[in-house]
Design a protein around this ligand. Sequence first.
Ligand code: NAG
Ligand code: NAG
Ligand code: NAG
Ligand code: NAG
Length: 264
Amino acid sequence: MLFTRASFVIALATSVVAAAPLERRWGGWGNWNHDGGRPWWTPSSSYLDFGKRFPGADSNAPTCDLSQAVMPTAPTPLPAPAPGLSLSHVAIGRGTQNYTCDLTNATAPPVAVGAKATLFNVSCLAADTPALLAKLPSIALDLPIPASDGDDSSPAYQDISGHHFFLDATTPFFDLDTTLHQYGTGQFKKANSSAAPTDAVLGTNGQGFGSVTWLKLDAKDAAGQVLQEVYRLNTAGGQPPKTCQGMAAAFEVQYSAEYWIWAQ
Ligand SMILES: *[C@@H]1O[C@H](CO)[C@@H](O)[C@H](O)[C@H]1NC(C)=O
Ligand SMILES: *[C@@H]1O[C@H](CO)[C@@H](O)[C@H](O)[C@H]1NC(C)=O
Ligand SMILES: *[C@@H]1O[C@H](CO)[C@@H](O)[C@H](O)[C@H]1NC(C)=O
Ligand SMILES: *[C@@H]1O[C@H](CO)[C@@H](O)[C@H](O)[C@H]1NC(C)=O
């Protein structure tokens, strides 16, 4: 529903203010106010007024029928989720892909060494307005990365699902437990990948080296966790240059993606 979209925009917009107080505004969609230096959002347009039609929309996340949500299909389709699993959560990730380079070899390709992203709960968008959801990774890519020390108990952060990072170079971790919500945690390993569509964005502000592959991740220890499979879909950005020429020994590339999380 649209109020969910509004909440997502608020969460991202909060980080805009944190990054550049007073310098950037969401013209026409509402106003930022300040009380003792702490900004808050005053909805003043029809976009955010949609939220007011749902009592408690800002304090109680709605429950959506995730069984209605359908994952986007990669150009070369990824394998389907294992039988018996159900869709548990859908998040937008916004962060960086990390790479290292062999500085002694300019023709060597950068090596992926992990990623770090803040996850935003878009489960209801996935169930109700998938066409809108599909556009969010490329929109989020052009917004600043939320401060990692953001106060996730703040109402503006109510739609943060959690955080995604790597425990080692091959072990992506999803931590969906915050002070406000407990959606689970899990360690994963890469199961399959598929190139992003050829028309996927190149990077921030339309510049860069392309969008990272779509992925299927499986639980590292299926018996030891509830969250079983994760799909990274509709990626935006994150690809490194083809070679290490001119690159630092370690560098980051901005990205965003949808994460579809399946559970027992
Ligand atoms: C957040 O995710 C949960 C599922 O983990 C879902 O029940 C809830 O409705 C979601 N909230 C929003 C705002 O999408
Ligand atoms: C990836 O998935 C495709 C399609 O299901 C399959 O043909 C292929 O064997 C899989 N690759 C790996 C490495 O599992
Ligand atoms: C440099 O990297 C290229 C591409 O990976 C590789 O073929 C070549 O052997 C490497 N050269 C050296 C000196 O390691
Ligand atoms: C890579 O990712 C980690 C978090 O996993 C981060 O702390 C680090 O600064 C990143 N960047 C580089 C260039 O290593």
